[in-house]
Design a protein around this ligand. Structure first.
Ligand code: F0G
Length: 354
């Protein structure tokens, strides 16, 4: 049967009723790709949940379709969010689809080019503040508390409801729950959503075990790991450049209840994993996404795994979102040569000797 999108597929698990518009851009239903080369290298049964293949290129579409459908059901005309980029792209797309106005607040100069392009072309009102994501979220909360505007950050519970469907898909695709679910942590909504999803699937008898939830923050933004907000968070992975995660408590709960942990990775580890999954597995994910893989590599070095565990890394966003980091991180420019076969052959030889 033709795939009908998340709201239809999982309506029995979601706050969907006869008044809820069945909004969809065919989000969800993303592939679980086995990491053939890295599985062997790490001695694990390693998979990528490739969320970059959602309609706007990130997992945010799962939560946004639910949040925007509920906003429409409630008669809202305008939605608003703060974003490091992906949430704003998803909000703008679903608002366009549903005929709502969309306002997004982003940290000036700190969102990836592709994400900015998306918010603009989908027709959102894009406002860049001279401040970081945490400040943008404070401002959005202040405004939406007073104005008839629906807040669609992940503090909106419908976002978490939509995002939990990824845990259902992972379970169905594997035929079981993984042993470990590794995931990047920014505002901490997604780890909370996955854990909720796994627990609900477990309760309904669809899976017989639960994964250990392991979240990875970027070192320069590791508020949860440090146990205190970071006033000036930094990381190359701008998607998770967040110093005061809104879903802090539920993320810690997910880690604790599941026997997992919240850990961190350095920018260097992120970039190494980012290049590795592209060059060894043929999968291009954005830097923040690579934090999950970097984290698994780090735990492997530290002797965390027995060997053979089924591990799923969530690749939260598509690599094309952030072309600048890709080009910078390979530290090379294309060779420009004259338009002849001889010149091209000489260039190939030169590249082979590098
Ligand atoms: N990976 C990507 C690609 C993201 O865009 C985000 C969050 C995360 C991971 C972290 O997920 O916040 O649920 O812990 N991006 C948000 C945004 C903050 O505005 O797009 P989280």
């Amino acid at each position: 049967m033709r795939y009908q999108g998340l709201l239809e597929t999982y309506k029995n698990y979601l706050p969907v009723n006869s008044d809820t518009p069945m909004l969809t851009l065919h989000e969800g239903n993303t592939p679980l790709v086995r990491a053939e080369n890295l599985s062997e290298e790490l001695g694990l049964d390693l998979y990528f949940k490739y969320e970059g293949l959602n309609p706007t290129g990130s997992f945010k579409d799962r939560g946004m379709v639910m949040a925007v459908a509920k906003a429409m059901e409630e008669g809202s005309r305008t939605i608003m969010c703060a974003s490091t980029g992906n949430t704003s792209a998803a909000a703008a797309a679903y608002a366009a689809r549903g005929g709502l106005n969309c306002i997004v607040l982003i940290p000036n100069n700190n969102i990836a080019l592709g994400k900015l392009a998306q918010a603009m072309i989908y027709g959102a009102k894009v406002i860049a503040i001279e401040g970081n994501f945490d400040r943008a979220l404070e401002i959005v909360r202040e405004i939406t508390a007073k104005q008839p505007i629906t807040l669609v950050n992940s503090v909106n519970p419908y976002r978490i409801e939509g995002q939990k469907t990824a845990a259902f898909e992972v379970s169905d695709q594997l035929g079981k729950a993984p042993d470990v679910l590794a995931i990047p942590v920014g505002n901490a909504g997604n780890i909370s959503a996955y854990w909720k999803g796994f627990k609900e699937y477990h309760q309904s008898g669809k899976i017989s075990s639960l994964p250990r939830m392991i979240g990875f923050e970027a070192e320069g933004s590791m508020a949860i790991v440090k146990g205190e907000p970071i006033p000036n968070p930094e990381t190359i992975a701008t998607a998770i450049r967040i110093g005061n995660p809104a879903s802090w408590k539920t993320a810690v709960q997910a880690a604790e209840e599941s026997g997992g942990q919240i850990n961190y990775v350095t920018d260097e580890e992120i970039l190494h994993a980012y290049r590795t999954i592209a060059s060894r597995e043929g999968i291009f994910a954005e830097p923040a996404s690579a934090a999950s893989v970097a984290g698994v590599m780090k735990l492997k070095r530290e002797g965390y795994f027995k060997g053979g565990e089924t591990v799923v890394c969530v690749l939260t966003g598509h690599g094309l979102k952030d072309p600048n980091v890709a080009i910078k991180s390979v530290d090379a420019e294309p060779l420009v040569v004259e338009d002849s076969a001889e010149a091209v052959m000489a260039a190939i030889a030169q590249l082979e000797n590098k």
